[in-house]
Design a protein around this ligand. Structure first.
Ligand code: SF4
Length: 452
């Protein structure tokens, strides 16, 4: 074995030992990539950085003292927003960063994990991602939104009303409660109720913010240019009274922003009992809706989402989505389809069924939430998710649905779609090259992890 190979082997085994846990195939690939000699000088490609992002998602990251500099003043702090934030419930004694901007336009919300082999540390002022002692590449934090330092006209800090996430979104959670928990029929994967103490009820018994407060924060966030989309979400309430709230919020935004349709707005709720109320949501200014069916397989549906199945049949849920697609237009109706809770075949059948009707079936990987019935379970392997996501992108492409959609910034499927566009562009420029060996091609087009 030559000196270079020997060095490479040593670093590789050190990296694998440091990572230790998680998806063994993914970690093996990441260890291999990180173990190339000349690591400090190496400029990682889009495929490599995507794999580091995947590994970071699974292992979390440690923070060197220097990584706290400016967090909560110059840089955005994590406010415990729950959606797509596995770190939401962690107690904080001082501000911690919400996410990192990585090379090639990749972004990741952070999980702070003191045992992680990954470390964030500043050298001469520049923030870097380290793997054990190996400096991988420079990263950055997002700037702190200006509205995080402002109050509503009612004197409430705006950051307690709406938080910035997914690079360009202001998110409003109207509560962290769902009646299905009281009914003992929550969706098996859902842990929303454990967040309840974070959100005091301040409006009409159930809601954490008034419609006017939401409208003011949207105006501030859009005005700053840091947000181009907004979302309101929360649990299902007795009598589905959240529907009236969505109508009130829509009208408050129409009035405040002086526009009939609120650009980039999405209401996330269960389908209203009366189908014509979907039209009322449109009238109230919403640009799109998400009715999250979660599961497509008709037999698994009542078992996985028993509260939803008690509210209405799956047939009616899907008919509501179809109606929403007609009312709001192609690409403006969506439903999460949790990836990894049903066979890939029925998951993809759901994505296809929806895409045929201009609806996004959004593949959000199953992640076992604390306090959920599936706490402690494991999601399928990275290889499974990669394969499923590449097939979802194929389906969307066939039906003219753009993966760069509402709530997609920073998510794996949008990363892979962008990577696919880049490698397809390069392939057109160099048609004679063997593209089967290109990591970006393997990941985003073939949906495969490379061989180790
Ligand atoms: S409807 Fe299901 S996923 Fe939504 S908050 Fe209730 S239990 Fe959770």
């Amino acid at each position: 074995m030559g000196l270079v190979s020997l060095l490479q082997k040593n670093i590789e085994s050190k990296v694998k030992a440091a990572i230790g846990t998680g998806d063994s195939r993914l970690m093996s690939v990441v260890g291999k990539i990180a173990s190339h000699p000349g690591i400090a000088e190496r400029v990682y490609g889009e495929g490599e950085v995507f794999l580091f992002k995947s590994a970071l998602f699974m292992t979390g990251v440690r923070l060197d003292e220097s990584a706290f500099d400016g967090v909560g003043t110059r840089f955005k702090e994590d406010l415990g927003q729950r959606h797509y934030d596995p770190d939401a419930r962690r107690s904080r004694t001082r501000p911690v960063p919400h996410g990192i901007l990585m090379p090639h336009g990749l972004f990741l919300p952070l999980t702070i994990e003191d045992r992680s082999p990954f470390l964030l540390k500043r050298d001469a002022g520049q923030l870097y991602l380290y793997l054990d002692e190996l400096r991988l590449f420079p990263v950055d934090y997002e700037p702190r939104p200006g509205w995080y330092s402002r109050d509503t006209s009612t004197g409430i800090p705006m950051r307690h009303v709406g938080v910035h996430r997914l690079r360009r979104q202001v998110l409003f959670e109207f509560n962290a409660y769902c009646k299905f928990f009281s009914d003992k029929t929550p969706c098996l994967f859902c842990g929303i109720i454990s967040d309840r103490p974070l959100l005091p009820r301040r409006y009409k018994d159930h809601f954490s913010a008034s419609p006017l407060e939401i409208a003011e924060v949207v105006e501030a966030a859009y005005g700053e240019g840091l947000a181009t989309e907004m979302q309101v979400t929360g649990g299902v309430l007795p009598g589905q009274v959240e529907l009236d709230y969505f109508l009130e919020v829509g009208r408050a935004m129409q009035e405040r922003l002086g526009t009939k349709t609120i650009r980039g707005s999405q209401a996330v709720l269960a389908p209203p009992p009366k189908i014509e109320d979907i039209d009322a949501l449109k009238e109230a200014g919403w640009e799109g809706v998400a009715f999250n069916a979660e599961i497509f397989d008709a037999k698994l549906w009542p078992g996985m989402v028993p509260g939803k199945a008690g509210l209405m049949t799956q047939e009616k849920w899907l008919a509501s989505l179809e109606h929403a697609a007609r009312v709001f237009g192609k690409g403006n109706a969506a439903s999460v389809l949790v990836a990894g809770l049903e066979p890939m075949k029925s998951h993809l059948a759901g994505v296809e069924w929806m895409a045929e009707r201009g609806i996004f079936g959004v593949p959000i990987p199953f992640s076992p939430a604390a306090s959920s019935a599936l706490e402690g379970f494991q999601t399928p392997t990275a290889a499974w998710h990669l394969s499923a996501t590449a097939k979802v992108l194929d389906i969307w492409e066939r039906h003219g649905l753009d993966a760069d959609r509402h709530s997609s910034a920073g998510l794996h499927y949008a990363d892979l779609a962008r990577m696919r566009a880049h490698v397809q562009h390069d392939r057109r420029e160099q048609p004679d090259r063997d593209w089967g060996n290109d990591l970006r091609w393997q990941l985003s087009v073939e949906g495969k992890l490379p061989e180790t």
